[in-house]
Ligand binder design. Structure first.
Ligand SMILES: Nc1ncnc2c1ncn2[C@@H]1O[C@H](COP(=O)(O)OP(=O)(O)OP(=O)(O)O)[C@@H](O)[C@H]1O
Length: 533
């Protein structure tokens, strides 16, 4: 009402001047009053077209447009295709048509507009969902959810992503009022270059996190023997990923052995037999392959000095030559060594003190000097070796390393012509330092079909040799700067991937693998890891 007062006053003033000028006739007096009348006519015409303003809700990107006292609330969704590399002939057009037909039949007060923008670089389509209402943001958000549910059922390969960020003007059809343009906001999205860089995979691990499309990817079986490393802080999803990987490989006929430091995998993979305190895999340490490597393992874990290592080596060699494999004999030979000097006495008793661990009650559960170490396929293939019942940590490490040695010796000597993966949880307990055994293990077993999968919280707690020799890396969230730097260097990460390392959600991981040309961020599929098959 008040907005109309100024033009009415202008017209009245104009008419008054016109009347008075007719009384004293002069041309200027005729033209002058016409000016306010013309002004009013022009202003009222412009006003009709332009009352337009827009407001953006920050978080959900719902926009509100006011025009000629009418309010429209809406949202804009980008229509993206979900690419599945192993699926051909996805009919995106048919799916989109079905979705639009279904939306068109709905009678919920919303209007839907599909806008396709064409430019030299890209073609993109968006869906505008709009309703004439105010303060109805929640209703719009609910409608987006409804459309997404419909899309999942009718058009599973069409993804709807809310558009936000950079400002763009989009022409809207006339169907809803006098508006010729509405200012809405669009995020400019590049085409998913990474899709071109992902080659084939055999073992699907999850979906690549791109802003444009959901792309499944994973690793190739032939790369298993180039070894895998899974890193991530506690609770980031390492074990879940390891279980998913193990299940997928078992389904493909690959043998999986898990060295389970905390016994956390027991019962999670029904296809695997469990070796634990009730049913331990016994080892005869005196018949375990090369004596040098046995000494290396014991020397490393028990922190033997060089002279102690040499003494142990000499005694073991003597026993082997005499074809005697008796733990008691080891002790008695050591005891009987002549103490020719104080130094010799110190070495001898120092060694006896340290190897005492191999003769404890707990050690008797896992060592047996009467058996041959054989039957790896029967005992270790497709099994979880629960180490948690060994309470002495050093003994647990020795036993774990001996299992690793048993497995690697079997592959190198028997050459079974099968591919197998040995997963090592809490791998820093075994691979903290470089040593000959480790180097030989990691560089040689691959030739014989055995892949290693080392799982640990932090790459800095593992020997650089392991990091260098694991070609597949699955990296969950990493918080420590030192660890981030080590990984950035090892994988030549771009600054943005480096920054993302501590921001990954639970279950998200950076995957670097020979079949993928650049590392990508994946959402690992947890639901799969819960299924048996
Ligand atoms: N891909 C995923 N999707 C959804 N939730 C996940 C995923 N991976 C793991 N989680 C959840 O996160 C929690 C921790 O996972 P998990 O035990 O695998 O982590 P972790 O890194 O092995 O931890 P820790 O080092 O303490 O053993 C679990 O409750 C699990 O359900």
């Amino acid at each position: 009402m008040w907005s109309r007062l100024p033009p009415i006053l202008l017209i009245l003033i104009g008419l008054l001047i016109l009347l008075s000028s007719l009384i004293h006739f002069q041309l200027i007096y005729v033209v002058l009053p016409l000016i306010p009348i013309i002004l009013v006519a022009i202003l009222s015409r412009i006003k009709k077209v332009t009352t337009l303003s827009s407001r953006i809700f920050d978080k959900q990107n719902v926009f509100e447009i006011q025009s000629n006292n009418r309010t429209f609330t809406g949202i804009m969704l980008k229509l993206n295709g979900k690419i599945e590399l192993n699926k051909e002939n996805i009919n995106f057009q048919r799916e989109l048509e079905s979705l639009m037909e279904t939306l068109g039949r709905r009678d919920v007060g919303f209007e839907y507009y599909v806008i396709t923008s064409l430019s030299k670089k890209r073609t993109s389509s968006s869906l505008i969902v709009l309703k004439e209402c105010s303060d109805c943001k929640e209703e719009v958000i609910q409608e987006v959810q409804n459309i997404r549910n419909l899309s999942n059922a009718i058009a599973p390969h069409i993804q709807l992503d809310v558009i936000s960020s950079s400002e763009v003007a989009v022409p809207l059809p006339k169907g809803w009022g006098d508006l010729s343009f509405a200012r809405i906001y669009e995020r400019v999205i590049d085409s998913p270059k990474n899709t071109l860089l992902i080659n084939e995979y055999d073992v699907d691990l999850g979906s690549m996190k791109t802003e444009v499309a959901e792309i499944k990817t994973g690793i190739k079986i032939k790369d298993l023997t180039r070894h895998i490393a899974i890193f991530g802080t506690t609770g980031s999803g390492k074990s879940t990923t390891a279980i998913l990987l193990a299940k997928k490989l078992i389904n493909k006929g690959i043998s999986v052995t898990i060295l389970d430091w905390h016994g956390e995998h027991v019962g999670k993979i029904p296809d695997l037999r469990v070796a634990n305190v009730d049913n331990p895999i016994r080892i005869n340490p005196l018949k375990l392959g090369d004596i040098e490597e046995v000494v290396e393992i014991l020397g490393d874990v028990l922190r033997l000095t060089d002279p102690q290592r040499f003494l142990l080596y000499s005694v073991l060699l003597k026993m082997r030559r005499a074809n005697k494999f008796d733990m008691k004999m080891l002790i008695s030979i050591l005891r009987n060594i002549e103490e020719s000097s104080n130094w010799m006495r110190e070495v001898k008793y120092g060694l006896l003190r340290k190897i005492y661990l191999l003769f404890t009650k707990e050690a008797k559960l896992i060592f047996d000097d009467k058996i041959d170490n054989a039957r790896v396929e029967e005992t270790l293939f497709n099994s979880i070796v629960d180490l948690s019942f060994i309470r002495n940590i050093r003994l647990r490490r020795i036993y774990g390393l001996m299992i690793i040695k048993l497995m690697s010796d079997y592959f190198m000597k028997s050459k079974p012509m099968v591919t197998s993966l040995l997963m090592i949880e809490e791998a820093h307990n075994f691979f903290a330092h470089d040593n000959d055994f480790l180097e030989k293990l990691i560089s040689e077993v691959r030739k014989y079909g055995l892949g290693l999968c080392v799982i640990s919280q932090s790459p800095s707690s593992i020997s650089p040799e392991v990091l260098k020799n694991t070609n597949i890396k699955i990296i969950h969230s990493i918080k420590s700067d030192t660890d981030k730097r080590i990984l950035a260097e090892a994988l030549s990460l771009t600054p943005s991937l480096y920054d993302s390392l501590d921001k990954l959600d639970v279950g998200e991981a950076l995957l670097s693998s020979p079949n993928i040309k650049i590392p990508v961020v994946l959402k690992i599929r947890e639901e799969d890891s819960k299924q048996t098959k």
